[in-house]
Design a protein around this ligand. Structure first.
Ligand code: SF4
Length: 291
C-alpha cells in the first residue's frame, strides 16, 4: 500500500524554507569576499549571510516572502498522484500553521487570502513524472514574488535587441532581462533559462532547471559555455547585490533546451533571488532522506 508522506513532505518544506542549501551559501560567501571592503555590495551580502544563519539556527523563514511552492515529483509505477497531491497540499497547510510558510495564497478576484496556503488545483504548483525504480523523489523550490515579477519571456528573433534565433540571441535577451531587473527581485540572482518549447512548457522548464546545483556543469558543452558566458557578462554590468553596484549580480545560470515548433523560438527566464530555496527529498524503503 502507498504510504502517507505528509510528515516527510512537511519536513521537506521546513528545510527548504529555513535552511539555504550549502552550495548557494558557499557561493554567496565567495561573492562577499570578492566585493570591496566597506562597499554597499559587501554590506548587503554580509546582511544576507547573517540572515541565512539566523534562519537556520531558529528554524524560521529565510525571507518574509516564502514564495510559491513548486513541487516536482518523480514517482514509481503504481503510485496515486491524486493521493500524493493531497498529501503535498496538507503538508503545505501544516507548514503554514507552524510558520515555516507565510500565508501566500490569494484569490485573484476577491483579494482574499485563504490564510493557510490552501488554494485551487494550481496552488501549490505540483508537477508529476513517473520514473523507473521504487523511490519517490520530490524537489521543492520556493520562488519569491519579487523575483517572479522580474522573470520574463522573449520570442526570437527580437529585432530591438538584434537577437537572432541562435545561442548568441539567447545570450542577448538573457542579459537584457538582468539589465531590466536592475537588482530588483533581490540580486544576486540565479537565471533559470529554457530555450524552445511552447510558452507554457518553456516557463515550467525554466523553473525546473533551477533544481540543478550551482556548481554543476551542463552536459551539453555549448550550453555549459553559454551558462558561464552569461554569468560572467551579467557580473560585469555593475548592478550588484540589491542593485547597490558591485561584482555580484548573478550567482549562476542554468539552461534547458526543449524541442520547439519551427515557427517559434521562445526564451523563458526564471529569475531566482538570492533566497534560492530548493531542497530534495528521496523516499526509499520506507525512509526519507533530504539534500
Ligand atoms: S525576491 Fe526573494 S529575497 Fe526578495 S523578497 Fe522575494 S523571496 Fe525575499
Amino acid at each position: 500500500m502507498q504510504p502517507d508522506l505528509t510528515e516527510q513532505i512537511l519536513e521537506l518544506v521546513r528545510l527548504t524554507a529555513t535552511d539555504l542549501p550549502p552550495d548557494i551559501e558557499k557561493t554567496l560567501r565567495e561573492s562577499r569576499d570578492e566585493e570591496e571592503e566597506g562597499s554597499a555590495a559587501r554590506g548587503a551580502l554580509d546582511t544576507i549571510l547573517e540572515n541565512v544563519k539566523m534562519a537556520r539556527d531558529n528554524s524560521t523563514p529565510i525571507c518574509q516572502d516564502t514564495g510559491t511552492p513548486l513541487f516536482f515529483v518523480n514517482y514509481p509505477e503504481g503510485w496515486s498522484t491524486r493521493k500524493l497531491k493531497r498529501q503535498i497540499q496538507e503538508a503545505v497547510i501544516q507548514a503554514t500553521k507552524k510558520s515555516y510558510l507565510r500565508p501566500n495564497s490569494v484569490n485573484t478576484l476577491t483579494g482574499k487570502n485563504t490564510g493557510d496556503n490552501s488554494g485551487d488545483e494550481y496552488y501549490p504548483s505540483v508537477h508529476f513524472e513517473e520514473i523507473e525504480g521504487d523511490q519517490v523523489v520530490i524537489d521543492l523550490i520556493l520562488k519569491g514574488g519579487g523575483c517572479e515579477n522580474v522573470s520574463t519571456q522573449y520570442k526570437l528573433p527580437d529585432s530591438s535587441l538584434a537577437a537572432g534565433r541562435d545561442l548568441d540571441g539567447v545570450r542577448k535577451v538573457s542579459l537584457d532581462a538582468v539589465v531590466k531587473a536592475q537588482g530588483k527581485g533581490c540580486a544576486p540572482g540565479t537565471l533559470g533559462i529554457a530555450i524552445g518549447g511552447d510558452r507554457g512548457s518553456s516557463y515550467i522548464a525554466s523553473k525546473e532547471v533551477l533544481k540543478r546545483k550551482l556548481n554543476d556543469s551542463n552536459p551539453d558543452p555549448s550550453l555549459a559555455d553559454l551558462e558561464d558566458k552569461i554569468t560572467d557578462q551579467a557580473n560585469q554590468l555593475d548592478i550588484g547585490p540589491m542593485g547597490f553596484r558591485g561584482k555580484t549580480t548573478v550567482l549562476g545560470t542554468k539552461i534547458k533546451n526543449l524541442h520547439r515548433l519551427p515557427a517559434s523560438y521562445f526564451v523563458s527566464i526564471s529569475y531566482m533571488c538570492w533566497a534560492y530555496r530548493r531542497r530534495k527529498m528521496v523516499f526509499k524503503n520506507g525512509t526519507a532522506s533530504f539534500e
